[in-house]
Write a protein that binds this ligand. Structure first.
Ligand code: SAM
Length: 250
């Protein structure tokens, strides 16, 4: 059988593609791409003429068989998405799963990934972190999700659409508190790259005051919850005991 290569492509700056990625993309029989027109431009830039076939969230499950039969016939296939690492808030999961289940070798070609780029430059604890992908688009769902994450001690990473970034920061401030440290990574690796780190209330005000900060692609890195220290901790414990006791009252 052939090999399925899972190949990371740039998240903006075309220099971020690896030498290995370029070689593999040129050598495989077929490239499965999220958006063939988008990827055609990337390949053209690098003079790669390998045929492209669509593999996006709407056809991935059905089309998986098509790629699988090519792999089983001994051909090598590369999987790419529009930007960054496939399967990271991008299609590819079903194909990789099907390939592995069929005993096809799956080889990752690591490279650009917006969440890792943001985390690596945010200056927030990076020894443990949680990637939350996109929060629910609607306010109620977003609030519910944030409530569940409020006491998460690990650094949190979110992807967000530019037209929702302000709403998202407002909800983060309301649920996590004004003082929680956060970093907004915008247009990473591109001309207008910004990495702004401020407590949530100030970051929200900064984005609110400057419409340019609501354009382009963004990642939010938010510091994890820190257990209160000293008197605050005692207050918290006392409050919890009181809440329990009150709950027991008729
Ligand atoms: N697979 C991609 C990766 O490896 O990062 C992510 C794909 S997801 C559909 C697109 C989201 O990733 C954007 O909405 C944004 O949150 C984030 N993103 C992608 N490129 C970015 C960039 N250059 N700067 C900041 N965020 C970016």
């Amino acid at each position: 059988t052939g090999t399925l290569f899972v190949v990371a492509t740039p998240i903006g700056n075309l220099e971020d593609i690896s030498a290995r990625a370029l070689r593999v993309l040129a050598e495989v029989s077929l490239i499965a791409a999220e958006d063939t027109r988008h990827s055609a431009r990337l390949l053209q830039h690098f003079g790669i003429t390998t045929p492209l076939a669509a593999c996006h969230e709407h056809n991935e499950r059905d089309q998986g068989g098509r790629f699988l039969s090519r792999l089983q016939a001994g051909e090598d296939v590369a999987l790419i998405s529009d930007a960054g690492t496939p399967l990271i808030s991008d299609p590819g999961y079903h194909l990789v799963r099907q390939a592995r289940a069929a005993g096809v070798r799956v080889v990752p070609l690591p490279g650009a990934c917006a969440l890792i780029a943001a985390l690596s430059a945010a200056g927030l604890p990076s020894d443990r972190f949680v990637f939350e992908g996109f929060l629910p688009a609607k306010a109620a769902g977003r609030r519910t999700r944030l409530e569940q994450l409020k006491e998460e001690p690990r650094t949190l990473i979110f992807y967000e659409a530019p037209h929702r970034i302000l709403e998202c920061l407002m909800d983060l401030e309301a649920v996590f508190g004004a003082e929680r440290p956060a970093v907004l990574g915008r247009e990473l690796t591109k001309t207008f790259e910004t990495l702004k780190g401020l407590p949530l209330a100030q970051l929200r005000a900064w984005v609110e005051a400057d419409g340019n900060q609501r354009r382009g692609e963004c990642v939010l890195v938010v510091g994890g919850w820190q257990a209160p220290q000293g008197d605050e901790a005692v207050d918290g414990q006392a409050r919890r005991v009181l809440e329990l006791l009150l709950g027991e009252l008729p």
